[in-house]
Each structure stands twice: as structure tokens, then as C-alpha cells.
Design a binder for this molecule. Structure first.
Ligand code: PGA
Length: 261
């Protein structure tokens, strides 16, 4: 995997937005897998700015969701469907038809999961999947000990993740759902390019374990080690526990520009 150490989250956002723009120039109807949470917001802001500046035409882009809470009422502002529509689909000027996500309100959750996996495959697969990382090493909502071969399915959040996400629910952990639908690790690994963005000191341990630790279901993000085209973009704080930080810096500094991410 490639590790790129950037000065701050804005630089990470710009780098990944440019990779998405490049993809859209090559493949105007690319399927972009997007993540939620605080970390990816600079990516979406930078990509929307490129669209407004006429640097890329995103009108044919398609967007798909990584995960979703189970049981939040339709239209709840913190459902990930609402978040992705608000933070990605609308700023890019896309129609709702360009967007796909799992149905967190479904009565039959396993059927909704199967439907979503099928829809992703029928859409031709994800071209670039943006990922965050949890402080517990999760990707999507694949919590520690998720099967590395898992498909989209229901999961139970760890207490740590519910504490981390309470800030989106007025700081009240009781409002954070226990259950979620998440693309499985096996599903995520089918995307053609995985790009994980992590910023801040709180992610430093999880990043070091994912990048330099053993491949382990205990650290779901370590599954990126299995992918032939995985890019990890980290700011200095999130990179601070990497043993190979200097090597990663030197490698990226010497990288030919034409390679892109
Ligand atoms: P965050 O979430 O970007 O809000 O820290 C990341 C994640 O849980 O995947």
C-alpha cells in the first residue's frame, strides 16, 4: 500500500479530491464510494470547489454509501443517507438517482443488505472507495473481529464507536443506534481503488496497526494490505506512530507525478 503523509487535513482533502477529479476525467460515470464522519469533509469540499471552478465535470458521477445506521427514521439528519445527500450529492449538483445506499429503515435487514451488494455489482462495482478509520481500527462499520471476507450485513457497534459518534447526536450516546448496515470487508476490497484518509492524533495508533501491524480481523483496516491499489493519506499527527514514516515521505517525494495516487 502507498502511504502519503500530508501537512494537514485540507492538503489531504485536496489530494484525494484531485484523484477523484482525475478519475472522473477518465471515466465520467465513475462510481465513487463515499464515507461519512468528520474526516472526509475536506475531500467533498475540495471536489465541489473543483466542479464550481470548471476543473472537472462531475455531472455523470455516481455516488454510493459505505454504511448506514439501522432504525433511524427516514430523513433523520444523521442517517448516513441524509449526510451523503447533504455533504456530497447536493454540493456536486447530482440528482438523487445518481446515489445508492443500503436501506437502514428496512423491516428485513438481511434482504436489504443482499439487495445493496447486488446493486453495487450491477452498477459495475465501485471505482474509488474513500474510507475513514475508527479509533478501534474499523473501516465502514466493520468493527474489530469482522470477517475479512464479510459481505454487506448488519453489525453491532462497539461502545467506543458509539462514544465517538455521540457528537453527531447532541453528545448523547443513548441516541446513537446500536445496529448498522455496513459494506463487508470483502465487499470493500472489491472496489478498484481504496483511499483511506485519517487525520489527528486520535487515529495514530489505529493507522500504525493497520499499515504496519499484522493482517488481522482485530484491526479491520489492516485488510487494506490485501488490496493491490490501496492509498493511505494521513496528516502528521495521524502518521506519528508509523515506524516507516521517513521511508513513506521519501518515497512520495520521489514519486513521478504522472503516476497520480
Ligand atoms: P471520523 O470517523 O472521520 O468522524 O473520525 C471515521 C470512521 O469512524 O470511520
Amino acid at each position: 500500500m502507498e502511504v502519503v503523509i500530508v501537512p494537514d487535513s485540507a492538503a489531504g482533502g485536496e489530494l484525494i479530491a484531485e484523484a477523484m477529479a482525475d478519475l472522473l476525467r477518465r471515466k465520467p460515470d465513475a462510481l465513487l464510494g463515499v464515507a461519512t464522519g468528520s474526516t472526509p469533509l475536506p475531500v467533498y469540499q475540495a471536489l465541489a470547489a473543483k466542479v464550481r471552478a470548471g476543473q472537472v465535470d462531475a455531472s455523470g458521477a455516481r455516488v454510493c454509501q459505505l454504511d448506514e445506521y439501522v432504525g433511524l427514521p427516514a430523513g433523520h439528519p444523521e442517517s448516513y443517507r441524509s449526510v451523503v445527500l447533504r455533504e456530497v450529492v447536493e454540493p456536486l449538483g447530482l440528482d438523487r438517482e445518481a446515489f445508492m445506499g443500503p436501506d437502514g429503515t428496512a423491516e428485513d435487514v438481511p434482504a436489504a443488505c443482499r439487495t445493496y451488494d447486488r446493486a453495487l455489482a450491477e452498477a459495475g462495482g465501485v471505482d474509488l472507495q474513500l474510507l475513514g478509520i475508527g479509533t478501534d481500527g474499523h473501516i465502514g462499520f466493520n468493527e474489530p473481529c469482522s470477517s475479512l471476507a464479510s459481505r454487506t450485513r448488519i453489525k453491532t457497534l462497539t461502545e467506543q464507536t458509539r462514544v465517538d459518534n455521540a457528537r453527531f447526536f447532541d453528545g448523547d450516546i443513548e441516541q446513537v443506534p446500536h445496529h448498522v448496515i455496513t459494506q463487508g470487508i470483502g465487499t470493500i476490497l472489491e472496489a478498484r481503488h481504496l483511499v483511506l484518509l485519517a487525520t489527528g492524533e486520535a487515529k495514530a495508533d489505529a493507522v500504525a496497526l493497520a499499515v504496519e501491524g499484522p493482517l488481522s480481523a482485530l484491526v479491520p483496516a489492516s485488510a487494506l494490505q490485501l488490496h493491490p491499489h490501496a492509498t493511505v493519506v494521513v496528516d502528521e499527527a495521524a502518521a506519528s506512530r508509523l515506524k516507516l514514516g521517513d521511508y513513506f515521505r521519501a518515497t512520495y517525494a520521489a514519486k513521478p507525478q504522472w503516476q497520480g495516487l
